[in-house]
Design a protein around this ligand. Structure first.
Ligand code: GTP
Ligand code: MG
Length: 585
């Protein structure tokens, strides 16, 4: 994975679908297939489906004749409806930025609507479900729900050590391996790092004692299945951290309570703030703040130190948009010796914790991190919505295998899917969870998808695998952003401001091309403002160099939230309010 997002270059073949979508292959309806070549028909094309099923009651020959004679379609309102939805003819959408600016209320980052429920599955999807090849043998999926946990926080806070210990405590690492890591860590003069070695697997990470790539591992309890995403804390690797957080359901913010470490992590240059902000923007449902290293000689499980960290973090997390009572939980732990990870800390060592959790003082009545995780419930996962799988990465294996998390819908082998932004359609040849073939995958699952006939350039990081109707793909959008920070050279944000746009797994160069309205810290609105300062909310137009597959935040929160980063800083977080009418794609 790239350490620096701005270094990412498209491969020449990938550039075909760019820029600005102008050369994106037109959707199939524009090119009616020949009567003799029914195999050329795109069976998932909404126009073809409505003619075949609604107008011709399944008579393919008649449907073929009709689609080849557009004049004959004028009398059918259902056909006109589909055509209208493909081209709204709305040229004035940009003016809506002003209208929208009037309506936009508080930028409530926490007013998450129920995920994707706005887009109920269309009849087209039902058709595709019918077409899907019956799968008999493959596993129907483990009934236990799957959670992605991202471990975030300042460098050296103890994320990898905690992740490694969780794997050890859940019997995913045997004693002999641990002993080997102890010896290896000792050889590198990094004795206390042996648990981190479970997650930090490459040489550079081990010798420097820092995580670079997002580490991945899985574990299970009787209640849930979990994937660990161990993010790097170092500020050079924030784009890697963003990739991890964009797939996460729960953020575990690791804070070092050690004297001086909490302070430097929380300072302006520290990563605690940026990570917490990114986790919120990227959409975690819960944030568990673990105050770590409680065993450390400068801390010794002192309640005063725990309370100090919590009281400083609370107002800040509130400012990031978290609803503290509902979404944030605090817990003292030692990732190194495992206290309060799987087993509760010995009351002789920490006499005050029992009272705290029994009274639900820190928004949890659970004694340990593991029992807290098992007690969480996720809302907004919609298995009946259209399929949306942002592609995290892909690799060749007798064809191309795409990796990603199912954000909504249910995908099955045999189904037809459309990959955005290229609009190419493919049959799903196979689905796997790690090595296990699946008969279906629901929201929350991390899966591998094999798409029939797709090459490496056809499914790239940041593309989205969709069932019909597919998501949008645009080169401009009206957004509401909050300005968090500005690069050295820019005192204010004006039209022309450039940054890297990160939404789900996609990254693209972007420019703020127009500011419609700003709202300052006191709530005063400035219509037609020319600039914005840090702390302001801004309704603006953002244009990207190449089309990106996205949706308005209201319809699909996970495809509608983004960050703008430049010069190693997160300058703004935002949500997509409005997209151009469909004909512009
Ligand atoms: P990056 O990935 O580089 O951001 O660091 P990290 O957050 O993954 O930290 P890591 O797990 O590599 O730990 C850093 C150091 O803190 C190591 O020396 C650990 O042994 C130490 N450490 C981690 N957790 C604890 C803990 O609970 N108590 C004590 N005393 N030390 C800890
Ligand atoms: Mg680490």
């Amino acid at each position: 994975m790239n350490a620096n997002a701005s270094e990412w270059k498209p491969s020449p073949a990938a550039a075909e679908w760019t820029p600005g979508g102008a050369s994106a292959p037109a959707p199939a309806p524009a090119a009616p297939p020949q009567e003799s070549a029914s195999s050329e028909i795109d069976e998932s094309d909404p126009l073809w489906l409505v003619i075949l099923n609604k107008v011709c009651a399944g008579d393919r020959d008649r449907a073929m004749k009709m689609i080849n004679n557009p004049d004959s379609l004028a009398d059918y309102p259902e056909v006109q409806e589909v055509l209208a939805s493909m081209d709204t003819g709305d040229d004035d959408w940009e003016k809506e930025g002003d209208a929208l600016a009037e309506k936009v209320e508080e930028m409530a980052v926490d007013d998450k609507p129920a995920a994707a429920s706005a887009a109920a599955p269309s009849q087209d999807d039902a058709m595709e479900e019918e077409e899907a090849a019956p799968v008999v043998e493959a596993v129907e999926g483990d009934p236990r729900e799957h959670f992605n946990l991202v471990f975030i926080g300042h460098v050296d806070a103890g994320k990898s050590t905690l992740s490694g210990n969780i794997l050890y405590l859940t019997d995913n690492v045997d004693k002999r391996t641990i002993e080997k890591y102890e010896r290896e860590a000792k050889d590198l003069n990094r004795e206390s790092w042996f648990l981190a070695f479970i997650m930090d697997t490459n040489e550079e990470e081990r010798s420097k004692g820092i995580t670079v790539e997002v580490g991945r591992a899985t574990f299970q309890t009787d209640v849930h299945r979990y994937s660990i995403l161990d993010a790097p804390g170092h500020k050079n690797y924030v784009p890697n951290m963003i990739m991890g957080a964009s797939q996460a359901d729960v953020g575990i913010l690791v804070i070092s309570a050690r004297k001086g470490e909490f302070e430097s992590g929380f300072d302006k240059g520290g990563q605690t703030r940026e990570h917490a902000l990114l986790a919120k923007t990227l959409g975690v449902s819960y944030l568990i703040v673990v105050i770590n290293k409680m065993d450390e000689p400068t801390v010794q499980w002192k309640k005063e130190r725990f309370d100090e960290c919590v009281s400083k973090l609370k107002p800040f997390l509130k400012g990031c948009g978290f609803t503290i009572k509902r979404e944030v939980k605090f817990m003292p732990i030692s990732g190194l010796n495992g206290a309060n990870v799987k087993d509760e800390v010995d009351p002789a060592v920490c006499p005050w914790w029992q009272n705290c959790y029994k009274n639900g003082e820190h928004n949890t009545d659970q004694p340990t991190l593991m029992s807290l995780l098992d007690s969480l419930e996720l809302k907004g996962r919609d298995a009946n919505a259209p399929v949306r799988i942002p592609v995290l990465d892909r690799y060749p294996d007798r064809g191309t295998i795409a990796m990603g998390k199912v954000e909504s819908g249910t995908i099955r082998p045999g189904m037809k899917v459309t990959v955005m932004p290229t609009r190419q359609t493919y049959k799903v040849d196979g689905l796997w969870s790690e090595e296990t073939p699946l008969a279906s995958a629901r929201p929350g699952e991390n899966i591998l998808v094999k798409l029939s006939g797709a090459g490496m350039e056809d499914v790239q990081k940041g593309f989205v695998i969709c069932s019909n109707p597919p998501c949008r793909s645009v080169d401009k959008m009206i957004c509401q952003i909050m300005v968090m920070d500005l690069p050295e050279h820019a005192k204010v944000l004006t039209a022309g401001f450039q940054a890297i746009f990160h939404a789900h797994c996609a990254e693209e160069e972007a420019t703020v091309t127009k500011i419609f309205e700003t709202t300052d810290k006191k709530g005063k609105v400035h219509k037609g403002a020319a600039f914005a300062n840090v702390g302001m909310r801004v309704v603006c137009m953002i244009e990207v160099a190449r089309t990106v597959p996205v949706e308005p935040f209201e319809d699909y929160p996970f495809l509608g939230r983004f960050t703008l980063r430049t010069e190693g800083k997160t300058c703004a977080i935002g949500v997509i309010k409005k997209l151009p009418p469909k004909k512009d794609e």
